[in-house]
Design a protein around this ligand. Structure first.
Ligand code: NAD
Ligand code: MG
Length: 393
């Protein structure tokens, strides 16, 4: 039985891996729509490859370029927020949500339709508006399948028992490019050095989040919403080989874990599967060849973003929303070489502490979440010039 699929963020790292999975299983999927940010040529290319019916670009100004790039095909196209919404509204059994950042929240939320599956890569949707997003998904009967490798592994592992018997669910981190660097050396690191991920090849924002370990912090918050596990039952383990992605320790002492070679096509294939798993022609995990796997505790002294995210998860209310917004602004400034590495955590911490006195409750709707998000972005934005000034000196 073929199933229809829409890909949000089709030109990105996850989007392209998804295209590879779909191209290897053309008899199983019909691609309804593909959505991209602003690269008309890249979107047209993936739309042609996949034989999509509709292509939508978020950037209105690139609409003509997209149309031109698709000329000679029967693929319809559009640009701007309405076109993105149209893509999301078109009939699809599965929507793979892989727009990066909080920009993905509105389209991913709009994709919640009864009976649909959302293969969710955009973790920021859950960090920014987890309560509202999950409540709407439950109310509408939408299946949420995590694409994030750690959550995909946990999803498997958790199927071995009941939620109340979970003592601890642990996600692993490769440790990023600075795992073995001293604090002094990390403090001077450039955006280019932070982008050089040792294991995974990913989009630029998540690369920086991996270097600060904020990515793991966001993933703890993501896991909390996906699996209904409170902060005390969630943990992080650094595992440089990135083979074991998630572990569940049960009340009887048994541990169930999810392993795979670090290739996002594996969790993507799993999130797209029907009853049967897809057959993937990828290298197989050869543990004897790898020989040994190593694990260590994360160093929150060198990677303060992880403790900030943990604190936000524990404190609850709107703090995860605020943390996520401040982080996006700070990461943008770091990628533009305006601020230094540890300015990211400092800015996030300052914005969180400014807001924490107000005890803003967890946003009950996506609109509310986006309101808090805007406020926190502004607060972070106000802090950037002073840090940028020091960086210039
Ligand atoms: P990326 O930067 O490579 O791609 C982002 C995609 O989103 C692109 O197609 C871009 O055009 C599109 N986009 C950006 N802004 C948009 C907007 N306003 N409207 C519509 N489209 C827009 O990012 P990525 O690495 O593929 O990550 C995508 C998401 O998946 C992120 O939320 C990330 O945290 C998550 N994720 C990624 C990986 C990975 O290995 N790359 C792993 C786990 C989770
Ligand atoms: Mg991950």
């Amino acid at each position: 039985m073929t199933r229809s699929l829409t890909i949000l963020g089709a030109t990105g790292s996850i989007g392209r891996s998804t295209a590879d999975v779909v191209l290897a299983h053309q008899d199983e999927f019909r691609v309804q729509a593909v959505v991209g940010g602003r690269d008309a040529a890249a979107l047209a290319k993936v739309a042609r490859q996949l034989g999509a019916k509709f292509a939508a670009l978020a950037d209105e100004r690139e609409g003509d370029a997209l149309k031109q790039a698709l000329s000679g095909t029967s693929i319809e196209s559009g640009a701007g927020p309405t076109a993105v919404l149209e893509a999301v509204e078109r009939d699809a059994d599965i929507v793979l949500a892989a727009i990066s950042g909080t920009a993905g929240l509105a389209p991913t939320h709009a994709a919640l339709k009864p009976g649909r599956r959302i293969a969710l890569a955009n973790k920021e949707s859950l960090v920014c508006a987890g309560n509202a997003f999950m409540a709407d998904a439950r109310r509408l009967g939408v299946e949420i399948m995590p694409v994030d490798s750690e959550h995909n592994a946990l999803d498997h592992a958790l199927a071995a028992g009941l939620n109340r018997d979970v003592e601890k669910a642990v996600i692993t981190a490769s440790g990023g490019p600075f795992r073995t660097w001293s604090r002094e050396r990390i403090a001077r690191a450039s955006a280019k050095e932070a982008s050089a991920h040792p294991v995974w090849s990913m989009g630029s924002k998540i690369n920086i989040d991996s270097a600060t370990l904020m990515n793991k912090g966001l993933e703890l918050i993501e896991a909390h919403h996906l699996f209904d596990l409170e902060a005390e039952r969630l943990g992080v383990l650094v595992h440089p080989e990135a083979i074991v992605h998630g572990l569940v320790q049960w009340s009887d002492g048994a541990v169930t874990s999810g392993l795979a070679l670090p290739d996002m096509k594996v969790p993507i294939a799993n999130a797209l599967r029907n009853q049967r798993r897809l057959k993937m022609d990828l290298p197989r995990l050869d543990l004897a060849a790898i020989g040994r796997l190593s694990f260590e505790r994360p160093d929150e002294g060198r990677f303060p973003c992880l403790s900030l995210a943990k604190a936000a998860l524990k404190a609850g209310g709107a703090l995860p929303t605020i943390l996520n917004a401040a982080n996006e602004i700070a990461v943008e400034a770091f990628m533009a070489d305006q601020i230094r590495f540890y300015d990211i955590s400092e800015i996030v911490e300052r914005v969180c502490s400014t807001f924490s006195g107000r005890n803003i409750p967890a946003p009950a709707t996506v609109a509310e979440a986006l309101g808090v998000d805007q406020e926190a972005r502004q607060a972070a934005g106000h802090l950037i010039p002073a840090y940028a000034e020091v960086t210039r000196l």
